[in-house]
Design a binder for this molecule. Structure first.
Ligand code: SF4
Length: 533
């Protein structure tokens, strides 16, 4: 059904009464485009794409006055969400014409001045636009009453605003609490000002980007809706990861930057990036560490030959190996010393596995599959032992153990479980939420073993699951039609990332969150000797 819902009448500066009748379908979302060329670009972009039935592009008119009038009408409409799409002026040197800005917030006339409207789902849309091949910046925008005012723009840029337009703040008033986003393609920048020989090319580049952005706006609209979020508990940092991060911070405080860290201290890109900002330098091998420097060994542990090399070179060392990984190393040494063949169940190439293999290289065999179990060739079949990587999926590892015991009934296992408490608890928690969720999101980096195991655990429970490093990794298509999202986080994923994702999801509609607690954790590890002195 099509009906006029927005009749936008304003008196122009020249005293001319102008009326724009904006037609849209009942129940459809609204994409506001101030100018005719912007509306055209968006409509062309939507043409032929799935899900575009859910949104109508309406032209709302140029400038703050027309925008405020349109917003009042939109506020009365039945649209479940609204977006603003158009072109804008970039304020920072790193923006180029054709780049796309997704507003985290829009202020009415400058930072700290006038009304500020936040757009919490902006990271979700920004990720979707990046995947569409666009160059995207997330950040605050401002709506101004005059465009080519360079001194006002400089003040806004100094306050952190990255782009300006003349309508978004007023138009967002029409959202009236409903989900809203603003996408603006950059038509001019400080290097290519609005009135310059680049005006036409800048405008065309911006309109092209706007057209390419349109399908992502439709996917954003399709993902809007109320939903429940089941939070797996425990989630995020374990005691070993907290300790490792603290060790790098304390070492930086004690020795001053730079402090070298062999391998990623924990497998998380956000953690590594933050420590790099504080002065940590991450290297793959000790050959990259200059003589006389201090190096921290990561939470995953190192082989004895690495320690020996550091000693040989006279490097200062601080050991952040998790005590639970160190326990597996000690078990490997003990079994090998007693003449056992150690079957190490784990994933080849993982730093923890390399470190454990290095404890007794001549007496340890890596077991990644049932075929590896078949290939085990101990000198004495009564002297086989098995150990595990601490972050394995418990159900998968127990299958390997059964196979080893089938072949070698006398095989000995570790004194206590090698799969650590944090891994076990997070897997139990993800299993609990997966049972009640349409979709499970696991926060963690792609090289995080325990996070990957959480995804597999949810999938084995029959629920779609994805690993995401941040809100920007969440594909909007995953959320369409999903009413219950399970949210878990690996032991190396910062709790702040979980909060960021909750905030982003809340920008798609009302959220009801529920903690699903399967265990409470109180484990703490002391600092290494080097930092206690
Ligand atoms: S996951 Fe387990 S073994 Fe790994 S750092 Fe955390 S507590 Fe230690």
């Amino acid at each position: 059904m099509t009906r006029p819902v927005v009749s936008n009448t304003v008196v122009s500066d020249a005293g001319v009464r102008e009326t724009t009748v904006l037609r849209r379908r009942a129940g459809a979302g609204i994409i506001c485009a101030p100018l005719r060329v912007e509306a055209e670009a968006l409509r062309r972009g939507l043409r032929g794409h799935a899900g575009t039935d859910a949104v109508d592009v309406i032209r709302t008119g140029y400038g703050t006055t027309r925008s405020a009038t349109a917003a009042a009408k939109i506020a009365e409409s039945d649209a479940p969400m609204m977006a603003v799409g158009g072109v804008a002026g970039g304020l920072t040197d790193d923006l180029n014409v054709g780049d796309v800005v997704v507003a985290t917030q829009v202020s009415e006339s400058g930072a700290g001045d006038g009304q500020v409207v936040c757009c919490p789902s902006a990271p979700l849309l920004a990720g979707e636009l990046r995947r569409a091949g666009l160059t995207v910046r997330l950040g605050p925008m401002a709506t101004v009453s005059k465009l080519a005012d360079s001194s006002a723009h400089a003040d806004l840029a100094a306050a952190g605003v990255i782009a300006v337009d003349m309508e978004s703040a007023q138009l967002l008033g029409g959202a009236a609490g409903r989900p809203a986003v603003v996408v603006r393609a950059i038509s001019d920048t400080p290097a290519h000002p609005l009135v310059s020989p680049h005006t036409v090319t800048g405008g065309l580049a911006a309109l092209r980007s706007l057209r390419l952005a349109a399908p992502a706006l439709a996917r954003w609209a399709a993902a809007v809706g109320p939903r429940q979020v089941l939070l797996a508990s425990p989630r995020s940092f374990c005691a070993g990861v907290e300790r490792a991060i603290e060790i790098v911070e304390l070492t930086l405080g004690r020795h001053g930057p730079p402090v070298y860290v062999r391998k990623q201290i924990v497998h998380n890109t956000a953690v590594v990036a933050r420590l790099e900002q504080l002065g940590a330098i991450f290297v793959d091998e000790l050959t990259e560490v200059p003589d006389g420097a201090t190096v921290v060994f990561s939470a995953h542990g190192v082989a004895p030959e690495v320690r020996n090399e550091a000693t040989r070179r006279g490097l200062g060392t601080v050991d952040a190996t998790c005590p639970l990984v160190a326990k597996v190393h000690a078990e490997a040494r003990r079994f090998a010393g007693d003449g056992y063949l150690v079957a190490l169940i784990g994933h080849g190439g993982h730093e923890e596995v390399e470190g454990t293999l290095g404890e007794a290289p001549g007496s340890t065999a890596l077991v990644e599959s049932m075929d590896d179990v078949d290939r085990l060739a101990p000198r004495d079949p009564s002297k086989v032992a098995y150990l595990m990587q601490t972050t394995l999926a418990a159900d998968e590892a127990s299958g390997m153990v059964d196979a080893i015991l089938d072949r070698f009934p006398e095989a000995k296992g570790p004194g206590s479980d090698d799969i650590c408490y944090a891994t076990t608890n997070r897997q139990r928690a993800v299993r609990a939420i997966a049972a009640e969720s349409d979709l499970v999101l696991v926060v963690g980096s792609a090289n995080s073993s325990n996070s990957l195991r959480l995804v597999e655990t949810a999938e084995r429970a029959g629920t779609r699951a994805y690993l995401v490093d941040s809100a920007q990794d969440i594909e909007l298509g995953w959320l369409a039609g999903v009413s219950t999202v399970g949210l878990a986080a690996g032991a190396s994923a910062p709790p702040a990332m979980v909060s960021e994702i909750m905030t982003a999801l809340s920008g798609l509609g009302p959220i009801q969150s529920k903690e699903v607690v399967v265990a409470t954790e109180s484990v703490q590890f002391g600092l290494p000797r080097e930092l206690r002195q």
